[in-house]
Design a binder for this molecule. Sequence first.
Ligand code: DHB
Length: 307
Amino acid sequence: DLSTQIAGTQLDSYLMNASGPKCTTWDELHTIALSNSAAVVTKSCTIESREGNPEPRYQNLPLGSIQSMGLPNLGYKAYLEMVPQLKALGKPVIVSVSGFSVEDNIEMVTAFQNSDVDLIEVNFSCPNIPGKAQVAYDFEQTDQALAAITALGNKPIGIKLAPYFDMSHFIAVANIIKKYPVKFITCINSIGNTLVIDPHTEQPIIKPKGGFGGLCGDYIKPIGLANVRAFRELLDDDVQIIGVGGIKTGIDAFEYLLAGADAVQIATCFEKEGEACFERIESELAEFMQSKNYQCIADAKGKLKPL
Ligand code: DHB
């Protein structure tokens, strides 16, 4: 039994899509709703619709991907309108909002608070907007944004965090989160502002920001695991954790479970493999857990053993 729950929302399995790949248009979201993803997570939205950054802006890599999409999306009102139709397809709906200011996030969170969505994930970590810092790396801004957006209604609010690399940063962020009724955190986003160079052409492989983009996939799994583990140890149990970063097999998902993730999201693997990945990874996870005699998610959650 791989069922779980996030902030009171029941999920039929441990896996769902991550905000990012193939979750921008109605057709894409409809495909996710009909797949084995436990929920439908929407592409991060902004106040107005956006074309995003110039192409090429996504490239596969041997062990993952690099991307600088630049928040292409239909604008939040389009997703607000889709909520009833998405909900009618029978699974939980999680919206991702990614405003360019606290005011933008207040407007969008207020609108979704008055909708039928199950959970609201506020993205503090988009690395790909030229000239815009990632909120999650500015602790004062993170604190102020949380004060504003957690006071707008009763639907559970979560935040999508950037990866951190220093224990002092885990502690600082956890202490800010503890001040507010944040119900879940999703970690990690891509590792921002990495550079992949093609030695033959002597050029970067993506166009935006001189080639700087978010690194995703296998490369980032150890960072994702560390972030989930660190926050699981620092936060109280009433803050749940959605793990993301480099999950492409059932065993990857199991590692996130040991680190303490209440559920996981899949981005690069979904981009590369399509929606069949959800059923495959789910059955691999079920099989691996069965081989270890674990009956349910709670049996292994957070139970990383000391070496
Ligand atoms: C984009 C990338 C991100 O990592 C994110 O969190 C939001 C948006 C993007 O480039 O579209």
